[in-house]
Every structure is written in C-alpha cells, then in structure tokens.
Write a protein that binds this ligand. Structure first.
Ligand SMILES: NC(=O)c1ccc[n+]([C@@H]2O[C@H](COP(=O)([O-])OP(=O)(O)OC[C@H]3O[C@@H](n4cnc5c(N)ncnc54)[C@H](OP(=O)(O)O)[C@@H]3O)[C@@H](O)[C@H]2O)c1
Length: 218
C-alpha cells in the first residue's frame, strides 16, 4: 500500500511513517523544513520538501500519483497565530482534498481534534480559532465523496504508547499518546472498509486492532 503523509516530520506523522515503513508499506509525504528530509532519509523514509501554504492542488496531486491513502497530520501547532491556523489546518486541508480528487486518491484520513477540548479551561481567542477551524475542516471533508475518516485524538502526550485505546463516535476528552495515535492511524490505513466515520480517540482499555475492528462491526 502507498501512503502519503502531509506533516510527515511531525510528532504523529513521523511515528506513523515509521510504523508503516516497518509494516512494508510504501511511504511518502510532505515536510516543511529542508533539514527534515535528511533526518527522514536517514531512517529510510522518502519525503518531499514543500510548504502546504504555498503548494497548489495540482502540484500536490502530482506528488500523490499512485497513492492509496492520504493522511493529513499537519497543523500550525501554536506557531504563527490565527492566520497560520487558517492557512494550514483550514486551507491546507482544502488543498489536500482537491489534490486527492485530482490524483484519484479516494481515501483520506484526517487528524482532527475534539471540538470541546479544554472547555473546562479559560482558553485564548487563538485556541477558539483553532477549534473552529478544525471543526470547519471536519465539515468540509465530511461533505466530500471521498472515503474519509476523521480521527479526533484527545490531548497528545509523548509518553510511550500503551497499545490500548478507546475509539468511538463520542468520548469524554482526556489524553492519548502520539505513539497510540500513530498506531491507530496505521490500523485505519489497513482497514479500508472503515470509512466515512468520525471517531474520537483517547487512552483506554482496548487493544488498538480490536478497537478498530469493533468500529467496522457496529
Ligand atoms: N497537541 C494536541 O494536544 C492535539 C490534540 C488533538 C489534535 N491535535 C492535532 O494533531 C495534529 C498532529 O499533532 P502533532 O503533535 O503531530 O503536531 P506537530 O508535531 O506540530 O506536527 C505537525 C506537522 O505539520 C507540519 N506543518 C505545519 N505547517 C506546515 C506547512 N505549511 N507545510 C507543511 N507542513 C507543515 C509541521 O512542520 P514543522 O515540523 O516544520 O513544524 C509539523 O511537522 C495537529 O494537526 C494537531 O492539530 C493536537
């Protein structure tokens, strides 16, 4: 299977690239900083240097030729304020959707966020804009004809993965390791019959394979 990861050098993207490469999938992706390409190559991961805010859909589509699954794991990550959030988490996804259509890629997995994340806190206007942009991106993707899956992880941590999760259409917002998010995405990549679902993801008791397979039966 050929998988293209937008945001391949990010916390989730790189973990996913490693897992898929170890599984024998062909992995490619887009990374923003030139030096990231050397680090990826040192791990045997091929990727293309490019800025999601500058690349247009036809140029991204050209990189997607032969791709079976497109994973969108990019995000502004708190840098650049509201305009960066709009450009990357918002318009960046629009570009990816259009590129998928042009390249004939049917399956798109989006790393999104809980709409009610941190509702128990006093959050900044920038964070509100982030949540609003993520929800609009979910809505845009869900309205397409693609075989999308929208994955909404809870608060991300760099703790070692547990291999166990909760995965369901509605969960209480807690936390989840980036390792376990990546492992869940890898399972979703290999489970094409799970499609057109919005799934929330937190730490939990269920082995990842079982949790994903359960979603195909409900
Ligand atoms: N943090 C949380 O608690 C949380 C919770 C739920 C969901 N999420 C979402 O989960 C996703 C992945 O999280 P993460 O921890 O993996 O984030 P991350 O480490 O910040 O990775 C995001 C990647 O996107 C890349 N990117 C940003 N702008 C780009 C551009 N213009 N062109 C190309 N690539 C660009 C970044 O490049 P650089 O390496 O150059 O910065 C980075 O590698 C994010 O979209 C985030 O919104 C986060």
């Amino acid at each position: 299977m050929k998988v293209f990861i937008v945001g391949i050098a990010g916390g989730v993207g790189l973990r996913l690239a490693r897992l898929l490469t170890a599984d024998g999938d062909r992995v490619d992706g887009l990374h923003r900083r030139p030096e990231q390409g050397e680090r990826l190559a040192a791990e045997g991961i091929h990727a293309t240097h490019g800025d999601l805010t500058r690349i247009d859909a036809p140029a991204l589509a050209a990189l997607l030729r032969g791709t079976d699954v497109l994973v969108f794991a990019a995000g502004a990550g708190g840098e650049g304020g509201t305009s960066a959030i709009t450009a990357i988490d918002g318009h960046g996804l629009s570009t990816a959707i259009e590129a998928a259509r042009l390249a004939g890629v049917r399956r798109l997995l989006l790393v999104s966020a809980f709409p009610e994340a941190w509702r128990d806190r006093e959050v900044s206007d920038t964070f509100e804009h982030y949540i609003d942009t993520k929800k609009r991106a979910d809505a845009e993707l869900a309205a397409t004809e693609l075989d999308w899956v929208i994955l909404r992880p809870a608060a991300l941590t760099d703790d070692p993965g547990t291999g166990r999760i909760s995965l369901a259409p509605a969960l209480v917002h807690t936390r989840i390791t980036r390792d376990d998010v990546a492992a869940t995405l890898a399972e979703l990549v290999h489970t094409p019959r799970l499609r057109r679902e919005i799934l929330e993801l937190t730490e939990g008791p269920t082995p990842i394979t079982d949790a994903v397979q359960q979603r195909t039966r409900d």
